[in-house]
Design a protein around this ligand. Structure first.
Ligand code: SF4
Ligand code: SF4
Length: 429
């Protein structure tokens, strides 16, 4: 068996594994921008296969926008807003970072969703230079549980805002036509067989939901191929993406997941370690054997996958044992993206909340707006005193000890190293 190089974390870039041939570097594995293996660095920034949505280098394109995040002056709108259409789900995953907000069991109303699409398309700053460019319809529950999500996708598309959808795949058949307008549809399968799927998703041993998810994905791939739509665009980042959070027993299934994904027509497989939810006290870590199994599985996929199939793994936000790093001092990411969420409690049907950290959805202190009914309040409160109060509250101690693995790790590292300090001497290109 070929030996895979040891993984080392490097800032900003997604890290891969250096494939070794009898102890000598043989080639870069897809997804890698820079790898330190056996004490040597290998850079491969110009390889075509690195020009994908999973390349963190794209964050530098927002450098000028982020320089404007200051206490005085106009704060630019977030380029991306995540929308949680529903705080409920038909599954119950062991690692669900929305387990607490799902108890809310509320949804965003049709009015909130459509008003938001209009507001987002008109929200501009700096003479129209900056605006909301993309909406990711994702977490807080299963987004396709909301009956208005199809209309919402169409409306965003009509307003020329890019969309992506992250789903557990169980309800794709209800919205197949509407999902074609997404740039990508990421399906959190997290397993390569029914037994692991059922165990992790809180289902009966006999459940056939896994088969339904795979059938739904195959159907979406098939119908998108026959249509001119965003989902079928000629790009390695568009299309249906099979996703796998690595937890424990599913590490050995990575290569089988890659086989299934290719067989049913997915464009790519994306894997990353599962994190511990912010509001769960339990802990888990990967053993040396599991990390070795991970390297073996990665190596198998790289050797066997078809040309053109994307295999991506996000490791840059983790240390070499796949635990959180969070080695930055302040959180400017709360001015870069936000999450629109259902209202809570007794508030009216057309109320909503705006949370500034998707990793701490259940944390009331992360809410810039709570049970608000005027959608225009989002733009009015953005970058104002209340927002900076949240920033001041997130101390470096809190980032280290209370925050979970930060989704916006690289965003914060760029601010710290390239905007607050010019550690890269950014103009020397
Ligand atoms: S499918 Fe998503 S929202 Fe539903 S339980 Fe699993 S992780 Fe949570
Ligand atoms: S996890 Fe912490 S550091 Fe990361 S975006 Fe949320 S509040 Fe900021």
């Amino acid at each position: 068996m070929r030996k895979a190089g040891r993984l080392k974390r490097l800032p900003f870039w997604e890290i891969g594994v250096l494939d070794l041939n009898e102890g000598k570097p043989r080639r870069m594995i897809e997804g890698s921008m820079a790898v330190k293996a056996e004490g040597r660095y290998w850079m491969s920034a110009t390889r075509e296969r690195n020009w994908t949505s999973f390349n963190s280098g794209k964050l530098f394109a927002h450098y000028e926008r982020w320089k404007l995040i200051q206490r005085s002056g106009e704060c630019p709108p977030p380029a991306l807003i995540t929308v949680d259409p529903a705080n409920c789900c038909n599954l119950s995953c062991e690692w669900c970072n929305a387990w607490k907000v799902r108890q809310n069991e509320r949804m965003l109303s049709r009015k909130v969703l459509l008003d938001f699409a209009g507001m987002a398309s008109e929200w501009k700053s700096h003479g129209g230079k900056y605006g909301v460019e993309a909406v990711c319809i994702a977490g807080g529950g299963e987004p396709l549980c909301n009956p208005h999500v199809g209309e919402f996708l169409y409306e965003l598309n009509r307003k020329q805002i890019d969309t992506a959808t992250v789903t557990n795949g169980t309800l794709i058949d209800k919205y197949a036509e509407e999902l074609l307008s997404s740039q990508y549809v990421a399906v959190s399968v997290d397993a390569a067989n029914a037994s692991t799927f059922n165990k992790y998703k809180g289902l009966d041993k006999e459940s056939r939901v896994f088969d339904k998810v795979i059938d739904n994905m195959e159907m979406l791939c098939r119908i998108s191929r026959g249509k001119k739509c965003n989902l079928s665009k000629e790009s390695p980042s568009n299309g249906v993406n099979y996703r796998m959070l690595l937890y424990k027993d599913n590490i050995g299934e990575i290569s089988e997941a890659a086989r299934i994904a290719q067989d049913i027509g997915c464009k790519s497989l994306h894997i990353r370690p599962a994190g511990i939810p912010y509001d769960l006290k339990h802990e888990f870590s990967f053993t040396e054997e599991e990390l070795e199994l991970f390297r073996e599985q990665v190596s198998i996929v790289e050797r066997t996958k078809k040309s053109g199939f994307g295999f991506y793994y996000t490791l840059g936000k983790f240390n070499e044992k796949f635990q959180k790093c969070n080695d930055f001092k302040s959180c400017y990411a709360i001015f870069m993206t936000a999450t629109l969420m259902p209202a809570s409690g007794e508030s009216g049907d057309d109320a909503y909340c705006l949370n500034v950290c998707c990793d701490r959805r259940s944390d009331e202190r992360m809410k810039l707006l709570s049970n608000e009914t005027d959608i225009r309040e989002i733009a009015r409160s953005w970058g104002k005193d209340g927002h900076w109060k949240i920033f001041d509250m997130i101390s470096s101690d809190e980032i280290k000890h209370i925050c979970p693995r930060c989704t916006y790790y690289e965003h914060n590292k760029i601010v710290e190293n390239c905007i607050l300090n010019d550690n890269m001497l950014i103009h020397f290109i």
